[in-house]
Structure formats: C-alpha cells, structure tokens
Design a protein around this ligand. Structure first.
Ligand code: TMP
Length: 397
C-alpha cells in the first residue's frame, strides 16, 4: 500500500528551462503536484502521480552527462571495472545520454538506447543508437534484429526515471543472456534521508531506490540482486548488480551488509519517512529565513548550477529573482534561459561569478569538491556558499 509522506508542492518540470518569460510562455508553463509516497509492502519510494515521460524526454533535453569532470571520470572508471569483472562481449546502455559511458567500449559491441533525440543524434555517428524509450516492445524488436543475448546492460540515473517498472524489467529479462548482468546506478534513498537532500525528488526521479526495495522488486521478474556498491556520485548513489534468478553469481557479503544497514536505519518503516518529512519542512524554513536575513543586509546572492535538484528547492522554498539575482551554469544551452517555475535568469559563470557576489547557493551541491577547487578566488575574497545539505548553513571553505 502506498502512503504519501512528503508534499513538495506545485512544481514545474525540472528540465523545462524557459527561453523567455513573456506572458504567453508563462501561461503555457506546465506544473504538477509533487507528492512522495512509500510502499509498505515492497518498500519502494516513488512519486505519487508521475508525469507522462513524453512531456519530459524530448528533443530539447538539457542535461549532458559529460558536462562534469567528476562524471566523465566516474563513467570511465566504472567501464574499466565492469570489463575486468564480467568480460562482456555485448553491451547495451539504457539512457546513454551523450555517450559518456559507452565511449569507453569497442564501438562495434555496443548498443545505445536514448529517447531524447537531441542526445541520440550525438551518438548515432559513433555507435548503434536507438532513439526510443526502453520497454518490452523495444526489447522484442532488438531480439528480432538478432541483437539480444546481451552480457552487460548498464543504466545510470535512468531506471529511476521510468514509471513502468514492469515493462522495464520484463524487457531486461528477455534480452539479457543467461549469465548476463544488469547494472543500475541511481541515487541512494538512505543518503537522501541522512542528508535531508529532498531535492533528489523531482519529476524525473519517479523512484528513489533503496537496496531493500530493489531486492524485492526484481524478484517479481525472474531476476536477482546479487551485489551492491555504495558510490559517492550525485551525493550518494548505489550501483546494483542484478542477474537472472538462476544466474551464476552468488549473493555477496557486501549486499548482506548494505541491506542490514538499511534495515537498521529503518528504511522499511513509514515512521522514518514521516520524520524525514518534518526535517524537510524545517530545512525549507531555515533556508528561506537565511536568504531573507542576508538580503536585508543588502548581500548579493546568486545560485551556482541550474540543476534539476535546485528546481525542487527553488519552487518548494518559494525563491524569486528578488532573493536570487541569477543562476550560473556551465551548460551552454541553459545559459540565457530562465529557471522553471521561479523564472530566474541563468548566465555563464565567467560573467556571473564576479567580485560583486557575496553568497552563492550551491545548487550543484553534489559537485561540491569540484566546484570548491575551481572557486578558490571566490573564497579568497570573502565569498561564501550556502547549502541545505545536510543542513542549512554557509560555507567558507
Ligand atoms: P546535475 O546535478 O543535474 O548533474 O547538474 C549539474 C549542473 O551543474 C549542470 O547543469 C552543470 C552545472 N555545473 C556548473 O555550472 N558548474 C560546475 O562546476 C559543475 C560541476 C556543474
């Protein structure tokens, strides 16, 4: 049974950066109600009423996975690791984005699945790319084209975006070779609760997985979770290793340990989520009050990184352009646009991170290390960052 435990209010699509803020554009801006629920039976945490994916993954999808150095090297590292451990002959990625992961393999042995046409067109020149949503129909089409029996299916930050888990896993089961491995990377629910990072909830994150929920769900589709790894990416993620029920892999002691730690944190109890919800509410009040207080002192506050996560924070905490002067972001196709729902201008950091800035809200808090290294001068001249993770505070390095 699904129980709602958190209401993040009226939200726009996290990715829907606006070209202009004219009356017409604003009239057509799409909003939905972001409520998060917990399934008391399989422990899955999900958006109560997900948005139709056709609205989200269009030919204008802004996120480029290779935009960050942290992610480029993380994908290179995992590709090397998976080659060494599983020696796969046929590899497929679901949600291949701009090819940042698959570029590390022999291009003849890979298949990319990416529904955003602007991204798929980037990799079509490099390797076989299907610009379609992953589902059972596509799995069957690939099998028909003799592209089945895949040894390694990889999917980072994508499975949590697909509302229909049944189709997803049935498709995987059909196309995976008998001893094949399906590897998923997604933000960790345990980390979200520990860090109060409620901004991991936005329209695209239909699910925020825990190990205990993945362990339960895959069983329904003839699959078995046999290993899990805790990762530092995206503020704390998990890499799940899944095989067929009778696959050759033994369940690792690492998996047992992670499950034990989630149970001891009570991720299987609704009470933990209700307490989290209270902390989120407090975080909202503190962040809003801090910014109001600094504004009263005439401080210039900007936001660093027009992330999808910051869409949730901005809209939930009722930010506006009187509180945040502008947002900086390195992604060219976000620059010159406006933040979804709150309509704050996005500019490049070369212009935005100048001597007039007193405080920068860390929208891209998951890249804190990379950013702090880059912004030494900002700190040197007395600039401060503001974050809400794990609690609302200012950072002076
Ligand atoms: P993500 O958290 O959704 O991956 O998005 C990170 C965003 O932050 C992306 O639009 C790029 C931006 N960014 C910067 O503007 N400066 C930086 O130094 C880093 C690491 C990211």
């Amino acid at each position: 049974m699904n129980k709602v435990f958190l209401n993040l209010g009226r939200q726009p699509l996290a990715n829907s950066f606006l070209k202009d803020i004219g009356k017409n554009t604003l009239r057509n801006e799409f909003f939905y109600n972001l409520k998060i629920c917990f399934n008391t039976k399989n422990y899955l945490v999900s958006i109560d009423k997900p948005v139709n994916p056709k609205k989200q993954y269009t030919d204008k999808y802004a996120h480029r996975a290779s935009e960050s150095k942290t992610m480029r090297s993380a994908f290179k590292k995992v590709a090397k690791k998976l080659i060494k451990r599983f020696r796969p002959k046929k590899i497929m990625e679901i949600g291949s984005n701009d090819g940042v992961f698959l570029k590390n393999f022999n291009k003849k042995s890979v298949i990319a699945v990416e529904p955003c046409k602007n991204l798929a067109s980037l990799t079509k020149k490099l390797f076989k790319t299907y610009d379609e949503f992953w589902n059972l129909k596509l799995a069957k089409k690939l099998i028909k084209q003799k592209k089945g029996e895949i040894d390694l299916i990889f999917s980072a930050n994508t499975i949590s975006h697909i509302p229909n888990l049944k189709e997803t896993f049935e498709g995987i089961f059909n196309i995976l070779s008998d001893d094949g491995v399906f590897v998923i990377e997604d933000p960790s629910l345990l980390k979200v609760l520990q860090n109060n990072s409620y901004d991991q909830f936005y329209d695209e994150h239909v699910y925020v997985f825990s190990t205990i929920s993945v362990n339960n769900i895959v069983k329904d589709y003839g699959l078995r979770l046999f290993d899990v790894e805790n990762l530092p990416t995206h503020g704390g993620s998990n890499r799940y290793y899944i095989c067929k029920e009778n696959g050759k892999y033994k369940n690792t002691s690492r998996l047992k340990k992670v499950i034990k730690s989630e149970i001891s944190y009570k991720l299987h109890k609704i009470k933990s989520y209700l307490e989290f919800s209270k902390r989120v509410n407090i975080s909202k009040r503190r962040l809003f009050n801090l910014i109001k207080k600094l504004k009263k002192k005439n401080k210039k506050i900007i936001s660093y990184g027009a992330t999808y996560k910051s869409t949730t924070v901005f809209n939930y905490c009722n930010f506006n352009s009187k509180m945040i002067d502008y947002v900086t972001d390195t992604t060219h196709n976000k620059q010159g646009k406006y933040t979804p729902g709150t309509h704050i201008k996005i500019i490049s950091p070369e212009y935005g991170m100048n001597d007039t800035v007193d405080y920068a809200f860390l929208g891209a808090w998951n890249f804190k290390k990379e950013i702090f290294k880059k912004e030494k001068n900002f700190f040197k001249r007395g600039g401060k960052f503001i974050t809400h993770v794990p609690r609302v505070m200012t950072l002076t390095k």
